[in-house]
Ligand binder design. Structure first.
Ligand SMILES: Cc1cc2nc3c(=O)[nH]c(=O)nc-3n(C[C@H](O)[C@H](O)[C@H](O)COP(=O)(O)OP(=O)(O)OC[C@H]3O[C@@H](n4cnc5c(N)ncnc54)[C@H](O)[C@@H]3O)c2cc1C
Length: 1003
């Protein structure tokens, strides 16, 4: 059991003792970090004693009224429950960290944690003074973190009050820098200086920040003791708000591991020794554990940024590095950059990315222990000199997919912020590669040091007689000399002949990339289709949206391609069993539903629409067959060799085709694309699979055989397909019961949109969530659906037919994927962002790879696979994908929701507008729902749009263009939308969000 003394803190230099006024906790009481345990009276005021050590209060406690010298024990903290007092005569050397704050000081403004590595920050300025009124969202101070200078924003109204940490104070994350009180009269105008060892050093009147007042230089912290490998190392402190076993803390001390942020694998997430053993030591601890040479003289403490650089650079000594240099003639690139009006830095970054497409390893990183992180995102750090002479490394994100003009616009803002060291954490954290250009300073040759987290750094020196030296320092655990030499050779070609890619980076994108609908990535095309005497360079298996778009793109580029499809016409599920027929039914249902508003608008006599089922079906089939015939004609016209039959792999270059009639045969191929879709999945509920054959149970594959709309329909599954069908049949006059196993239907839809849609749906149909489905029995027209609700109450729903809308699942069992080395991820085929499977010459797209099972997703991925086979590096980016649920009102999404963005570390904000305030929606009586705009706070880019509105299927196009075009709130706010149309809402939303951001931004 460990004991720690709570000592009388020293509030000021003049304070020598204090009097105990109250104890706020009793021996045995649990104490959390930051709890106030006592109040004491000093020579200045009554102060609360705040303890920064979790545990239990233990006696003996100083008596109320006793005078205790500064530094003497007031009481103790123990780490063991029930241990209410220290032993008589026990000497407690370890101290619990304490802090004194004035009694009733108000709400503390604490030092925020602004990056994963930040443990303390230095107060740089106070933007408000004690007594100043504070509004939610105000910036009260700026602090220097280990990476940049950041604003401190508060979210409470009130008045700033002291003691405020003086400019230059080093405040630990989570500790108070100042307070907010609710009454100006209560504001306290004292200031304190807090040093790096977190002791209050002094008190004085706080003066307003002034440019010429030098920042207080904190007293240096004592040099840390050498960490010994013996078992006598004291355990590290418990991480804040987390549990760690005593042994884990000891091992952490020995290995120099920082427990903050470590995942715990013990019971209830407790950090155990094994977690510590697996962890990466913090850079500070690695740096401090390396031999240090003591230097005579009085050192000054490093600033947070100096410390971070020092630790990272020392830790980088653990990287086994090597250097490779080539000389490059940059004249052509400089001229091309000038012509494009972009900076040479941006052009070089883009060139590095273009060359890296062929050598993706340069962008990887070593991850302890013995792992490689294979990254395809090109987020390059580019070193910039800040106005105060320091080096800052802002990150240009997504270089691989952005045109050079967009990169230039990113870079302009980044450099401005970097120069004053005002970067947001995502703008400097986690680069994948780094570029340092000291050539501008006339340096003839230098090497740069990669920090842990990247595998390579590029050092560019000044132009000399043989060209400009480009030196890569590489981490030998990830790269070898040949990797870097080949990369640099390609970079040389890329920079010396920029015409091939720099043009394509802007308006003149090569055709294949321009139409792919995917990120335009510029590289000299080198087709990866293996060379050989194949029957077909590429075969496509499956003729749905994924396969067909892929085959068309390849054929369009002159590749001889065969597409084998197990159906007479192309179109796949989308045309024959999915999007098209369901929307044909929806169109008829819409006509019926829309009549409900006629009387409201002054048109009587239209409220008895009558469904003509035969005509509905005739119309649906006409659309399907017409489109199927058009598609086949177009495919053949483009010289795609379309075959009807079932394809399966024989080996990595042979496909066996079993036609409907005739003998199976084989064809040889260089590369293949699998686009075989995912059929409806029926879970093993008694009777569900058994009654498929007689039609008592149907799926989305077989519902198209209904001879008339059922009078009563039982639907199992509350996903998008179930909901679309439920409303269609409701409009056709069917009574619908929907059973869902989970506690919410439409789980895939953005939460708030989903909630409103569900509420609307529940007015029309009966939805039972948390249902256990026991059986689907009977015959068509007389089915019984037996289920229990979430309370276990059993019911039977008598209906004509049961629709199993229980999802879709790829079935690759007959493709012989094991013969070609294509791996699965669950039921789906595993692919990378380029849609390439684990077999290099085989790609897979659409529903068969899982993810969003949508027709346009499949088609996009088909074009991505084609693009890669043509040698253009292209990737599918789910973060820009979209979808519409054809419910009423229609739900839709483009890009990310706030929750999804936050999970990716993007500081996202949203604004929403109800449809009920839109003039056009009021005129047409379509006022249900809302539109939401999601933007990245740091860049103002629109990253998501979410809809619940009639006509979402049209309005969504605007969201798609905003997200795909990376439009900013300012651009949309300035755009002119016509009146009265629902599109006006987008401008309103952008302006609303901009104004909100402006209000909370630093003045
Ligand atoms: C009721 C319903 C409504 C839908 N509505 C929409 C919507 O509104 N919007 C939307 O975007 N998506 C919708 N979808 C989803 C959409 O239909 C699919 O996401 C899309 O069709 C997937 O395309 P794919 O190319 O991956 O596969 P598929 O369209 O399934 O095509 C695969 C093709 O491959 C063939 N095939 C399979 N195995 C072989 C083999 N071994 N050899 C040869 N051929 C083979 C199949 O016969 C089929 O023709 C809906 C789906 C359903 C069920």
């Amino acid at each position: 059991m460990n004991h720690y003394a709570i000592t009388m803190p020293q509030l000021s230099d003049t304070m020598t003792e204090g009097v105990v006024v109250t104890w706020e906790k009793q021996p045995g009481d649990k104490v959390e970090r930051g709890d106030i345990v006592a109040t004491v009276e000093t020579d200045k005021a009554i102060m609360d004693v705040e303890v920064f050590k979790a545990g239990y209060l233990a006696g003996p406690l100083a008596e109320v009224g006793a005078t205790i010298a500064v530094g003497a024990a007031l009481g103790y903290i123990t780490d063991t429950a029930g241990d209410v007092a220290i032993a008589a005569g026990e000497v407690v050397e370890e101290q619990a960290q304490t802090e004194m704050i004035p009694h009733h000081a108000g709400t503390p403004v604490v030092m925020p944690q602004l990056s994963d590595t930040m443990t303390e920050g230095v107060v740089v300025t106070w933007e408000k003074q004690p007594g100043d009124a504070i509004k939610r969202g105000d910036i009260v101070a700026t602090v220097e973190t280990d990476k940049a200078i950041m604003d401190v924003e508060v979210f409470q109204d009130g008045f700033l009050s002291g003691p405020i940490a003086d400019v230059g104070s080093v405040v630990e994350v989570g500790h108070p820098m100042a307070f907010i009180v609710d009454d100006a009269a209560k504001a306290n105008d004292t200031g304190v200086t807090i040093s790096a060892d977190h002791k209050v050093r002094d008190t004085h009147k706080v003066a307003p920040p002034s440019a010429d007042r030098p920042a207080h230089i904190p007293t240096p912290k004592a040099a840390p003791g050498q960490i010994s490998a013996s078992g006598n190392v004291p355990p590290v402190a418990r991480p804040q708000g987390r549990q760690a076993s005593p042994y884990a803390r000891k091992v952490a001390a020995q290995l120099g591991v920082n427990l903050a942020g470590l995942a715990g694998s013990g019971p209830s997430g407790v950090i155990v020794a094994a977690d510590v053993a697996r962890a990466r030591p913090s850079m500070a601890e690695v740096a401090h554990s390396l031999p240090q040479v003591d230097v005579p003289g009085q050192g000054r403490a490093m600033s947070s940024m100096e410390k971070a650089v020092s630790h990272a650079m020392t830790a980088s000594l653990t990287l086994p590095t090597f250097h490779v240099t080539v000389n490059i003639n940059t004249a052509a690139l400089t001229a091309a950059a000038k012509a494009k009006k972009v900076s040479v830095t941006v052009a070089i970054a883009k060139a590095c990315s273009v060359a890296m497409e062929k050598f993706p390893r340069m962008n990887w990183a070593y991850q302890p222990v013995d792992k490689l992180v294979e990254r395809s995102n090109h987020d390059f750090g580019v070193a910039v000199m800040s106005n105060d002479g320091g080096l800052v490394v802002p990150i240009l994100h997504g270089i691989e997919k952005k045109p050079i003009e967009a990169l230039q616009s990113d870079w302009t803002g980044l450099v401005e912020r970097a120069r004053v060291r005002k970067l947001a954490p995502p703008e400097y954290a986690n680069p994948t590669f780094t570029i340092s250009n000291m050539g501008m300073l006339g340096v003839s040759h230098f090497t740069a040091i990669p920090t842990p987290g990247i595998a390579a750094i590029l050092a560019i020196a000044a132009n000399g007689p043989q060209g400009t030296p480009f030196t890569v320092t590489g981490d030998h655990r990830v790269l070898n000399g040949a990797d870097v030499a080949l990369y640099l050779a390609t970079l040389k070609q890329t920079i010396e002949a920029p015409e091939g890619w720099i043009q394509g980076s802007g308006v003149g994108v090569p055709a294949a990339e321009a139409v792919s609908g995917t990120a335009a990535i510029t590289s000299v095309p080198v087709s990866p289709i293996p060379e050989g005497n194949w029957d077909f360079p590429v075969v496509v298996v499956g003729g749905g949206p994924g396969g067909e778009d892929c085959a068309r793109d390849l054929a369009d580029h002159g590749i001889k391609v065969m597409m084998v499809n197990n159906e007479p016409f192309p179109g796949g599920e989308c045309l024959w069993r999915g999007c098209i027929p369901s929307k044909a039914w929806r169109a008829a249902a819409d006509v019926i539903r829309n009549r409900a508003h006629d009387a409201e608008m002054g048109v009587d006599g239209t409220n008895t629409p009558k469904l003509n089922w035969d005509q509905v079906e005739r119309h649906r089939r006409w659309v399907q067959t017409s489109r199927g015939e058009m598609a086949l004609k177009a495919d053949k016209g483009m010289k795609i060799d379309v075959r009807e039959g079932y394809g399966e792999f024989v080996d990595a270059h042979t496909l066996k085709i079993t036609p409907v009639e005739g003998e199976p045969y084989t064809v040889s191929f260089g590369a293949a694309v699998i686009a075989t879709g995912a059929p409806a999945f029926v879970p093993p509920i008694p009777g569900a699979r058994e009654n498929l054959a007689n039609g008592g149970v149907v799926t989305s594959d077989t519902i198209w055989n209904l001879s008339s709309p059922p009078k009563k329909l039982g639907i199992v599954g509350g996903g998008v397909i179930g909901v679309e069908m439920a409303q269609i049949f409701r409009d056709f006059g069917t009574e619908v019961l929907m059973l869902e196993r989970n506690d919410r239907i439409l789980a895939e839809i953005e939460e708030e949109i989903g909630k409103v849609l569900i509420a609307s749906l529940e007015k029309e149909i009966t939805v039972v969530t948390g249902a256990a489905i026991h059986e689907a029995s009977g015959t068509p027209g007389a089915m019984k659906l037996r289920y229990a609700n979430k309370d276990g109450v059993e019911s039977v729903f008598d209906c004509d037919v049961v629709l199993m809308a229980t999802g879709k699942r790829p079935d690759t069992s007959r493709l012989n994927l094991d013969k070609v080395g294509v791996e699965l991820d669950g039921a789906a085929i595993r692919v990378n962002a380029r849609c390439q499977t684990s077999a290099a010459n085989i790609y897979a797209v659409g529903d068969v790879i899982g993810g969003y099972m949508l027709a346009h997703t499949a088609a996009t991925q088909g074009r991505v696979a084609a693009g890669n086979l043509l040698g253009h590096a292209s990737e599918y980016d789910q973060d820009r994908d979209c979808g519409v649920t054809f419910s009423r009102p229609q739900a839709g999404f483009v890009g990310l929701s706030v929750a999804q963005a936050k999970a990716k570390g993007i500081d996202a904000v949203e604004a929403k507008m109800p449809m009920s305030i839109d003039a056009k929606a009021m005129i047409t009586g379509e006022t249900e729902g809302m539109i939401k705009l999601v933007a990245d706070k740091a860049t103002g880019r629109i990253i998501g749009v979410h809809y619940l509105a009639d006509h979402t299927d049209t309005l969504i196009g605007i969201g798609v263009m905003m997200v795909a075009g990376e439009m900013t709130l300012t651009q949309v706010a300035k755009a002119i939308f016509p009146h009265p149309t629902q599109t006006e809402l987008f401008g309103e939303l952008a302006r609303r969000l901009l104004n909100r951001l402006r209000r909370t931004a630093k003045k």
